[in-house]
Design a protein around this ligand. Structure first.
Ligand code: ZN
Ligand code: ZN
Length: 174
């Protein structure tokens, strides 16, 4: 989706409304935006600087990072950026380039969403996840492993260290 920022004038904002296809975006190994993402905003000029202000309505779906259940979260986020019309793709720091006056809303909304969703998807904030011993989903059931200490990364390292470097098999074959 391209937004032509050229007609925007001081005191005369330019409204736009549409949807962008972000199915190609990858986040934590998944494609979180399988449905079209709605964008609704305006381009305006303030003190000579062109700015874009928009709201993105999204549904983020995928698998919970703790319990692996399929989950989806909907919401809306608002973003604001200075924009500058440029002749080519040359970028400016903190200013969104609009080559030839055309702002690529698909790229902008995709970049804003990726920067917002830096943490993995969870089915809920307090998801208890899967038991690391028996794999039961602790959101729905308790298991008998509760008394055992969970396998920590440090413990795994220690076990690996205890295995002889040559595997011990060479000596047996002698
Ligand atoms: Zn979960
Ligand atoms: Zn268990």
């Amino acid at each position: 989706m391209l937004v032509d920022i050229r007609p925007a004038r001081e005191g005369d904002p330019l409204a736009f409304l549409g949807s962008v296809d972000l199915r190609g975006l990858r986040l934590w190994g998944e494609a979180p935006f399988s449905a079209p993402v709605n964008v609704d905003g305006s381009v305006y000029v303030r003190h000579g600087q062109v700015e874009i202000d928009y709201t993105v309505g999204y549904t983020r779906s995928g698998h919970c990072a703790r319990c692996m259940a399929e989950t989806a979260q909907s919401g809306s986020l608002r973003f604001n950026h200075p924009v500058k019309e440029i002749a080519d793709e040359t970028g400016f720091e903190d200013i969104i380039p609009a080559p030839g006056g055309l702002l690529n809303m698909t790229e902008l909304a995709g970049a804003d969403l990726l920067l917002t969703f830096v943490s993995p998807l969870l089915c809920r904030e307090d998801c208890r996840g899967l038991c690391c011993q028996c794999g039961v989903d602790l959101n729905y059931a308790d298991c008998d492993c509760a008394g055992l200490p969970p396998m920590s990364p440090n413990k795994v390292k220690i076990i690996i260290k205890e295995v002889p470097a040559n595997g011990g098999s060479k000596d047996e074959n002698k």
